[in-house]
Ligand binder design. Structure first.
Ligand SMILES: C[S@@+](CC[C@H](N)C(=O)[O-])C[C@H]1O[C@@H](n2cnc3c(N)ncnc32)[C@H](O)[C@@H]1O
Length: 249
């Protein structure tokens, strides 16, 4: 594994629930009838999920037919959103957490409902069975055919038209090395997409002040801020802004 990731950090049931809600909550809670008032995306005040906004911005710079590599893609929501907008024929997600990879795969299968229940999904965040939403997610994931790997060294593709690092660089022990690895995987003239939340620091995280400080050139195409909402616990929902940059290599 290049760049250490604490293996326990993204393997615990509570963290899985946090990401399931953050990545798929708009589907899972919109499609059930009794939308739980306590979800992080309550009806009426729902913000457009980070992944949808990010995919829209990337799609404006992503010519159809391009290949995509996403590093730290968690359970695959951004990859799916990007596929929806670009129909990119090749999307590879590298994700270090075994449990996130397992969820990304299980969401394509028929038993995902049982897995969500075993994680405590209903009790913690929702009220109704999310099977209708899950079948929508499943159909889209099957059509998108996104490949999920555990390590960048497993990825055979030489250079990708778009390489994506969303909210990952602050988690790496050496953000500069992770960014260099990503640049190496980006085709000449391709796009590198990065985001990093402001002020979301856990032990061992890097305090990244400005993503642009890490870029070798100032040839960025866009620099903006996107909402990033994380439920920390049943009564604690934190709304961050994430710096979002697309640059050419
Ligand atoms: C803060 S989460 C962000 C997840 C998702 N990209 C998002 O924006 O919600 C960081 C993710 O990066 C993964 N990760 C961290 N370092 C990694 C590495 N070197 N290779 C692959 N995945 C990594 C973690 O397992 C975790 O899923």
């Amino acid at each position: 594994m290049f760049n250490n990731v604490d293996p326990e950090r993204y393997e615990k049931p509570r963290r899985l629930l946090q990401y399931l809600e953050m990545e798929w909550g708009d589907y899972l809670f919109e499609a059930v009838e009794e939308t739980a008032a306590q979800t992080a995306f309550p009806p009426g005040s729902r913000t457009v999920p980070f992944y949808r906004r990010a995919a829209k911005l990337v799609s404006t710079f992503h010519p159809t037919g391009g290949s995509v590599l996403e590093i730290g893609g968690a359970t695959g929501r951004f990859a799916l959103e990007l596929w929806r907008l670009t129909r990119a024929p090749s999307i590879t997600v590298v994700e270090a957490s075994h449990e996130f990879r397992r969820l990304a795969t299980e969401l394509r299968g028929l038993r995902a409902n049982e897995h969500l229940i075993s994680l405590g999904f209903h009790h913690t965040f929702g009220s109704g069975p999310p099977s209708k939403a899950l079948s929508m997610i499943r159909e889209a994931l099957l059509a998108a055919n996104i490949e999920v790997c555990s390590d960048l060294t497993e990825v055979r593709g030489e250079a990708y038209d778009t390489v994506v690092l969303l909210n990952v660089i602050d988690r790496a022990s050496r953000p500069d090395r992770l960014i260099s690895n990503a640049i190496e995987r980006t085709a000449p003239g391709g796009r590198l997409v990065m985001s990093c939340p402001f002020a979301y620091i856990e032990p061992n995280d890097q305090d990244i002040y400005n993503i642009l400080d890490f870029l070798p050139t100032d040839r960025y195409l866009i620099e903006t801020h996107l909402d990033y909402i994380i439920r920390e616990g049943p009564r604690k929902v934190v709304h961050h802004l994430s710096q979002f940059v697309i640059t050419t290599c």
